[in-house]
Design a protein around this ligand. Structure first.
Ligand SMILES: CN1CCN(C(=O)c2nonc2N)CC1
Length: 250
């Protein structure tokens, strides 16, 4: 997967590229990550990358010419590297809320150019002319788009074939198949008197798989019932959820 990032702070992405799942994926060339900094396109003495908003008001916006130059350069490189026209993504609270379905769509959308805004954001005309999709990681305001961009890249990278080793398969991930994750346990068997559920010590893999699905269904019902709305359950899933509800009836 090819991802271009437009950011005034490319070094922030070391947190993603120098270690962990994404770092290994870059090393194994499962993912290509390249960066463009609008400041590199500044031509004035102060290397300006921000500009005042028309109509006044607090804060600044990203300067149009340096931002667009960086986006164009990233888009050009994407086509050169992949032969495909990239999808240009902008992270902002005004975007579509990112969820696992959205991540799956982005992970299979071909090359991406991810624009990380700073200041109060970017000119609306740049959104209209140069941005294909606007995405939000949540209803709160951050200092910039770099952390949301890293969230998006990390989540998408996990879905690229060959990125995850068998030991941390995306298949078992929380939100896999639209359900919350089941509880997990490791040594010791007892912590402050709390024991590991017997089924997990039984070695009965069918029973363990059933227990984990039941816990995922039950937790989703308890904590995020919205995820079950309109979600078809097969007979086995319905049976397990009913068992969980009966066991947890107040
Ligand atoms: C200009 N800048 C403002 C702050 N920002 C966000 O709060 C954000 N991005 O994606 N989800 C979010 N929430 C990124 C863009």
């Amino acid at each position: 997967m090819w991802i271009g990032v437009v950011s005034l702070f490319p070094d922030m992405f070391d947190a993603l590229t120098q270690q962990g799942v994404v770092g290994r994926a870059v090393e194994k060339q499962r993912i290509a990550l390249e960066f463009w900094n609008p400041r590199d396109y500044a031509t004035d003495r102060h290397r300006s990358v921000d500009d005042r908003p028309y109509g006044g008001g607090p804060g600044m916006l990203m300067k149009v010419d340096t931002l667009r130059a960086a986006i164009f350069a990233a888009r050009e490189r994407a086509q050169q590297a992949t032969g495909l026209v990239p999808t240009v993504i902008y992270l902002s609270p005004q975007g579509r809320k990112l969820d696992q379905q959205g991540v799956q769509a982005l992970a299979s959308a071909g090359p991406l150019v991810v624009v990380a805004g700073r200041y109060e954001g970017i000119d609306e005309r740049v959104v209209e002319s140069d941005i294909d999709e606007e995405w939000s990681i949540g209803d709160y305001v951050l200092s910039g788009g770099e952390l949301p961009a890293m969230v998006l890249i990390d989540a998408a990278a996990r879905l690229i074939p060959g990125v995850l080793g068998h030991q941390d398969s995306a298949v078992e991930d929380s939100f896999n198949d639209g359900l919350l994750d089941c509880p997990h346990y490791t040594r010791p068997e007892i912590i402050d008197g709390r024991q590991v559920p017997d089924v997990l010590l039984s070695g009965n893999h069918a029973a363990i798989k059933r227990w984990r699905l039941k816990q995922s269904l039950g937790r989703t019902w308890q904590r995020r019932p919205d995820l079950l709305e309109g979600r078809p359950l097969d007979a086995e899933q319905r049976k397990l959820l009913n068992e969980f509800i009966e066991e947890h009836a107040l």
